[in-house]
Design a protein around this ligand. Structure first.
Ligand code: OAD
Length: 249
C-alpha cells in the first residue's frame, strides 16, 4: 500500500489484521491543545531554551527552575482532555490486539482508557527520584523546590526522558517486540525524526508488513513505495478509519 492510500483500502487491511501496532507523536495530542515544548516557552519562560530546562545538567544546576517549569507543564497537561484520536485508539482494543507506542509524555492515551501504552519518552504525570528511580506522586500543592523522595531522600523529578538521556530500556524492548509482531503498523501524528520513530516504519515495511503514515502533512517524510499514507488530522482520520473497518461496532 505504497504512496497515498484510500481510507477504504486501509480499513480493509485493518479489518483483516489480528495485531496492529500504533506509534503516536505530538500530532495526536495537538487537537487536545497540549502545548508543545516551544509553544510553552512564553511569558516568564521565554528567556529559556528547551536545553536549559530538559536536561539532567539543568536539573543539577537549577533544580528549582526545572521543577517549576515541569510543575507548569503538569498543570497545562491536566487541563487538556483526550480527543477523538485518543478515544478511537482506546476503543480499537475491543476489536483486535493493539500495541500502542507513544512518544507523548502527556498521559492522554491512558486517560482515554488505552491499556498499558508503551511510553517511550516517559510520562509527565509521574515522578521518580533521581537516585534510584523510586516512583512518586506529584505533591497536592505547588512547591518552589523539588520534594525529596520518601524512601531515599534524593530529589524527585518528572519521569520523562530528557535531552541526552537514553530511552527507558524496558519501553524500548517492548516497542521493538511490538513492531516485530504485528500485521499492520500505523504511525500517527509524528514527524518521525527522533529515533526510534525515525526508523521503525521503514524497518517494519522492509519486512513486508504494511505500514501507514497518518499525518496532516507528509512534508519531510519521503518514505518511498513501501509505505502508505493518509493525509488528515488524527482526530478525524482515526475514528473514520476504525468506523469503516468495524462498521458493526
Ligand atoms: P513533532 O512536533 O516533531 O511532530 C508532530 C507531527 O504531527 C508533525 O509531523 C505534524 O505534521 C503532525 N501533526 C500536527 N497536528 C496533527 C494532527 N492534528 N493530526 C495528525 N498529525 C498532526 O512531534 P513528535 O514526532 O512527537 O522528544 O516528536 C518526537 C519527539 O521529539 C518528542 O517526543 C520530543 C521531541 O524532541 C522528547 O521530548 C524526548
Amino acid at each position: 500500500m505504497g504512496g497515498h492510500t484510500s481510507i477504504d483500502e486501509a480499513a480493509l487491511r485493518l479489518r483483516s489484521a489480528k495485531t496492529v501496532t500504533i506509534l503516536t507523536g505530538a500530532g495526536v495530542s495537538a487537537e487536545s491543545g497540549v502545548p508543545t515544548f516551544r509553544d510553552a516557552l512564553h511569558g516568564l519562560w521565554s528567556q529559556f531554551r528547551p536545553e536549559d530546562l530538559a536536561t539532567p545538567e539543568a536539573f543539577r544546576r537549577q533544580p528549582d527552575v526545572v521543577w517549576q517549569w515541569y510543575q507548569a507543564r503538569h498543570h497545562a497537561v491536566l487541563a487538556c482532555l483526550p480527543n477523538a484520536a485518543h478515544h478511537a485508539v482506546a476503543a480499537l482494543e475491543r476489536h483486535l490486539s493493539v500495541n500502542l507506542i507513544t512518544q507523548n509524555v502527556d498521559g492522554l492515551h491512558r486517560r482515554a482508557g488505552s491499556n498499558d501504552p508503551i511510553e517511550l519518552h516517559g510520562n509527565l504525570l509521574r515522578l521518580r527520584c533521581v537516585a534510584h528511580g523510586h516512583p512518586a506522586e506529584w505533591p497536592a500543592t505547588d512547591t518552589e523546590l523539588p520534594p525529596a523522595c520518601d524512601i531515599c531522600g534524593s530529589l524527585l523529578r518528572p519521569d520523562v526522558v530528557w535531552f541526552g538521556e537514553g530511552l527507558p530500556s524496558d519501553a524500548l524492548r517492548r516497542a521493538y517486540r511490538a513492531t516485530e509482531r504485528c500485521d499492520l503498523f500505523l504511525s500517527v501524528g509524528t514527524s518521525n525524526i527522533v529515533e526510534p520513530a525515525a526508523s521503525l516504519p521503514w524497518a517494519v515495511a522492509q519486512r513486508g508488513t504494511p505500514v501507514l503514515i497518518i499525518n496532516l502533512s507528509m512534508e519531510g517524510q519521503e518514505w518511498g513505495p513501501l509505505i502508505g499514507s493518509l493525509l488528515g488530522a488524527a482526530g478525524e482520520v482515526l475514528p473514520e478509519l476504525f468506523r469503516r473497518a468495524f462498521p458493526e461496532q
